[in-house]
Design a binder for this molecule. Structure first.
Ligand code: NAD
Length: 275
């Protein structure tokens, strides 16, 4: 219950990683606002979370790339819960057929849409949340806050045929560092959380598929939304009180390796008997 009394807004929390994060924050005691464009799934996710009885959860329909809708999102968060302590920028244009194409065939529409959701949406939500957090400090309602931006390994190393997505995730990491510095005087911490290949409804086994997990991920299996939720709860909590402007990678070891396990030097199965 590290987040008792805190209020969290999680974007894109109707399903997938966002739903896993929202659930864990609620289990740690936070009241959670489930912000998503998918009304039905957002309502389902909120009901599921409220069922845990730890914290309250409400769904709010919101397209993060629309400034008026983001204003309304934070108005509703304040009307329902009176404050905002945690923002998780998770919503993104992901698993989208138009974005998984060769650079030579990227359309203007895909480029503009990805930037609008993945970066403009992050700007809208972060600035509104940070302004509320700063006003809370001025009003003696407690100091600080936590903003967690959900990045990707593509923010620092490239996927093939995912140029637009990777570009937005690189921008997200720069935004994290910059916001962390500007907001540090108010003890508002801003960090990037990088999930590895994570199993969600859209992609069983994560983007590479379960059949390739063992060959590419050192731990041998994809992450679950609960794995990412656990790391988000840590970054949101006072356990991470001195961590800001950083990138936490939760990827089963993928980022640490040069070659995939499938093509690298094999472990001798007899090693355990020799030592
Ligand atoms: N699944 C993975 O393997 C993986 C790996 C690395 C990073 N990520 C990142 O994790 C985050 C979540 O990914 P996921 O796999 O759970 O995706 P997902 O598609 O399952 O969930 C994304 C959610 O965002 C919502 N959404 C989309 N556009 C929106 C908008 N404009 N406004 C509000 N909500 C919107 C969708 O309705 C959906 O509920 C993304 O930022 C993604 O880049 C995922």
């Amino acid at each position: 219950m590290r987040l008792k009394g805190k209020v969290a807004v999680v974007t894109g929390a109707a399903q997938g990683i966002g739903a896993g994060i929202a659930l864990r924050l609620a289990q740690e005691g936070a009241a959670v606002v489930i912000a998503d464009i998918d009304e039905g799934k957002a309502a389902r996710s909120a009901t599921e979370i409220a069922g845990y009885g730890a914290g309250a959860a409400i769904p709010v329909v919101c397209d993060v790339s629309n400034a008026e809708q983001v204003d309304a999102l934070f108005r509703q968060a304040l009307e329902n819960f009176g404050r905002v302590d945690i923002l998780v920028n998770n919503a993104a244009l992901v698993h989208h057929p138009g974005s998984n194409v060769h650079f030579l065939e990227v359309t203007d529409e895909t480029w503009q849409r990805a930037l609008a959701i993945n970066l403009t949406g992050l700007f809208y939500c972060s600035q509104r949340a940070a302004r509320i957090m700063v006003r809370q400090t001025a009003a003696g309602m407690g100091t600080g806050g936590a903003i967690i931006n959900i990045g990707s390994g593509g923010g620092s190393r490239a996927h093939r045929q995912l140029m637009v997505y990777d570009t937005t995730k690189g921008g997200l990491e720069a935004a994290t560092r910059s916001m962390a510095l500007d907001l540090a005087p108010w003890k508002i911490r801003v960090n990037t959380l990088v999930p590895g290949n994570t199993e969600v409804e859209h992609s069983r086994g994560g983007a590479i598929g379960p059949e390739f997990a063992e060959a590419t991920i050192p731990l041998g299996y994809p992450a679950t939304p609960a794995d990412i939720g656990a790391a988000a709860a840590f970054l949101a909590s006072d356990d991470a009180a001195y961590i800001t402007g950083q990138r936490l990678i939760v990827d089963g070891g993928m980022d640490a390796q040069l070659r995939s396990p499938g093509v690298d030097t094999k472990i001798d199965p007899a090693i355990a008997d020799r030592i």
